[in-house]
Design a protein around this ligand. Structure first.
Ligand code: AMP
Length: 281
């Protein structure tokens, strides 16, 4: 008999009895190259890849885009299959929430700033659906994009705090050739909005270089520089521009020694776009 007192040791011990590795890619569909990059990584590391497509009502605020969120399940099915997904899980809202949900997962701390501040209840919805999906799918590894860097921090915190037996794999941001971060919501943009939205990736790339060259040395200058650049675009309306320690999402003390997240959320018309860069990863 073995006696084990450590949670991670117990989980490692038990994992040996699950002979195959299940990789999981949760999404809201309307797939693009960003989603597919998560699948490619999962395929290269796992025996079985499960993708979910579920537009989760719990994570949308009352005035957000739940009803008009873009959907194309036929196209998604083809793309997922081509990318190597073995099981595509596409539950209805009734399947996921047959009764009014009375249990929610609330992560504090890392949810206080950025999208957590702008979208009250959003990360409760995310943490709740991701926990539920983890219980349903039982993955060994789950793949999340760093385009939603705060989401990665929230899920990692939840998994750590509640000892979910799953490894979270953060994946790099995939961009269009002109630099714009791939997003299902990019289809909402008019031609003019999309052109102006290029300022986000351009100015983030620029500040990263400026910090690395020592031309910007503190978070306030980085923030001010970004705000100035973004405000030059007449259609841009800033939700937030933040420079924080990552993954704690606390005020940074040193831009050169800590891992730093520089994150922006900006409206172009009614479309809210996110982008970020991470320094000293
Ligand atoms: P969504 O369907 O927007 O909820 O995204 C599903 C997953 O894909 C999340 O983990 C996202 O962070 C990830 N994702 C979305 N866009 C990108 C991108 N441009 N690059 C990398 N991952 C992404």
């Amino acid at each position: 008999m073995k006696q084990i007192s450590s949670i991670s040791q117990l989980q490692t011990e038990l994992a040996a009895y699950h002979s195959r590795t299940i990789g999981f890619v949760p999404t809201m569909g309307f797939l693009h190259a960003g989603h597919l990059s998560l699948v490619h990584q999962a395929v290269s590391e796992c025996d079985l890849v499960v993708m979910s497509i579920f537009v989760n009502p719990l994570q949308f605020g009352p005035n957000e885009d739940l009803a008009r969120y873009p959907r194309d399940i036929e196209r998604d099915r083809e793309l997922a299959e081509q990318a190597g997904v073995d099981i595509l899980f596409t539950p209805t809202v009734e399947e996921m929430y047959p009764r009014k949900i009375q249990t929610q997962v609330q992560v504090s701390g890392v949810t206080e700033k950025l999208c957590g501040a702008s979208r009250p209840g959003h990360f409760e919805g995310v943490a709740t659906v991701v926990s539920k999906l983890f219980h349903i799918v039982g993955p060994n590894r789950a793949y999340f994009g760093l385009k939603d860097a705060q989401q990665v921090a929230v899920i990692e915190q939840m998994v750590f705090d509640l000892s979910f037996p799953v490894t979270i794999v953060p994946c790099e941001i995939v961009r269009d050739t002109d630099g714009i971060a791939k997003s299902s919501r990019n289809v909402y943009l008019s031609a003019e909005e999309r052109t102006q939205a290029l300022i986000l990736s351009r100015s983030l790339k620029q500040v990263k270089e400026m910090v690395e060259q020592g031309a910007l040395t503190n978070q306030h200058d980085v923030r001010n520089f970004l705000i100035e650049q973004i405000e030059l675009q007449p259609l841009a309306k800033i939700d937030y521009v933040e420079v924080l320690s990552y993954p704690t999402l606390t005020e940074p003390r040193n831009l050169f020694t800590e891992t730093i997240l520089i994150a922006v959320a900006v409206y172009f018309g009614n479309t809210r776009l996110l982008d970020n860069v991470i320094l000293n990863k």
